[in-house]
Design a protein around this ligand. Structure first.
Ligand SMILES: Cc1ncc(COP(=O)(O)O)c(C=O)c1O
Length: 398
């Protein structure tokens, strides 16, 4: 070949033989080259018998999928570009016009927003149920219910539901269950094997949080044990074109070996800080599933046990009602190590003030009235974070 461009495209390349290293190679592709038309016609992407197109899988994405199945105890995995995309992929695959989905009242807000927006527009209804009252869930199940979302612990207010009882109710009604397993991360409990014969049908996970661990990658996964259910999810994934970038997959693969160590460290720090907050007169309530008295604590303890590494690094406080929102905002602004920012699971501690009144149909009876602030404990020294909380309380509220 004489043309330089052609020569460069068809440059001889032999992948390294006999090269073994702890970290796998990164394979990038939109196009996958077939050796023949016969191979092109016969390869099937669905059952992983061959590579067909970058969107449907590469050695790099398959490897992450397998490791995530190991983490969560599942059999098949679909990777998507964010945790929210995982939630959307599940809904779009399993719901059609006339169906209904049930969502816990303390679900990750955008899950509910999807139901109120796109799903409603497509003729799919939803109901919110009380995550702490399984009978409320049972009452809301009907012939049109095709999917029940579960979250343990719930977002922002961190109530821990009786997952086994919720699953028993859904199974008896023959309704599919999908757990947002971001909080548990595959470490606090086993979503497909919760004991007493219970397990979820689908685990959706925002890998953006602990599996990435850096605050720099967006990705999600959808894990199942049932092959037919997986194919339904995968077909929707393929039709929507929800690919993930190989470099992002590489980052998550690199972070997975330290996941359990990091999760335990986040847990240790968050529990210590939450206990310290309980001693402070500024707070009317501290929310963390491992604190006795926190809503659903007994369900967390029964499912997860009490040891370190069985809870995420999140906790929330409700300020005493004598403090007005501007004072609480000033407290958040006065924090130096806790940075104002959404998301969680990275090395840097984060804080967000939430306006709960606009997030729930009614103020839940189990929550004190007051301004709520959620913390994500990072990997900084616990004493430094505690000192930061103390100085911000002093600066803003004294
Ligand atoms: C519980 C929960 N699920 C899902 C998501 C969505 O993840 P992502 O930010 O990757 O879309 C989040 C993000 O904050 C979350 O907290």
């Amino acid at each position: 070949m004489s043309d330089k461009t052609t020569d460069l495209i068809h440059h001889p390349y032999v992948p390294p033989e006999g090269f073994v290293a702890p970290q796998p190679g990164v394979y990038k592709a939109s196009t996958v080259i077939f050796p023949s038309v016969a191979a092109l016609r016969s390869r099937e992407w669905k059952d992983r018998t061959g590579y067909t197109y970058g969107l449907h899988g590469t050695p790099t994405t398959y490897l992450l999928e397998e490791r995530l199945c190991t983490l969560e105890g599942g059999a098949q995995c679909v990777l998507v570009p964010s945790g929210l995309a995982a939630i959307a992929n599940v809904g779009l695959a399993l719901l059609k016009s006339g169906d209904e989905v049930l969502i816990p009242a303390n679900a990750y807000g955008p899950n509910r927003a999807l139901a109120e927006g796109e799903l409603k527009g497509w003729g799919i209804t939803h109901q919110l149920y009380d995550p702490l009252d399984p009978q409320d869930l049972a009452r809301r199940l009907g012939p049109r219910t095709k999917l029940v979302w579960l979250e343990a612990a719930g977002s922002v207010t961190l109530e821990f539901p009786d997952l086994r009882e919720q699953l028993r109710i859904c199974r008896a009604a023959g309704v599919l269950t999908a757990l947002d397993n971001t909080w548990g991360a595959g470490l606090a409990f086993n979503p497909f094997d919760l004991g007493e014969g219970q397990g979820v049908d689908i685990s959706a996970h925002a890998l953006t949080k602990y599996p990435s661990g850096g605050g720099d990658v967006l990705m999600g996964s959808i894990i199942t044990r049932d092959e037919a259910l997986h194919i339904r999810l995968k077909l929707t994934h393929m039709r929507l074109g929800l690919g993930v970038g190989a470099n992002d997959v590489e980052t998550v693969l690199r972070s997975l070996p330290s996941l359990a160590l990091r999760y335990r460290a986040h847990d240790r720090t968050a529990r210590a800080l939450a206990r310290w907050c309980q001693t402070r007169p500024e707070f009317a309530q501290v929310l963390h599933p491992a604190l006795p008295g926190s809503p659903g604590h007994e369900h967390w303890r029964a499912l997860c046990g009490e040891e370190e590494g069985r809870a995420a690094g999140l906790f929330s406080v409700i300020f005493d009602a004598r403090y007005r929102q501007p004072q609480v905002d000033a407290f958040c602004d006065a924090l130096r190590l806790f940075k104002l920012g959404y998301s969680w699971g990275g090395p840097m501690s984060l804080v967000v003030p939430y306006e709960l009144a606009g997030m729930r149909p009614a103020w839940p009876a189990h929550l004190a009235r007051g301004s709520l602030v959620r913390f994500s404990a990072g990997l900084e020294a616990q004493e430094d974070l505690q000192a930061d909380l103390a100085q911000a309380l002093q600066a803003a509220l004294a």
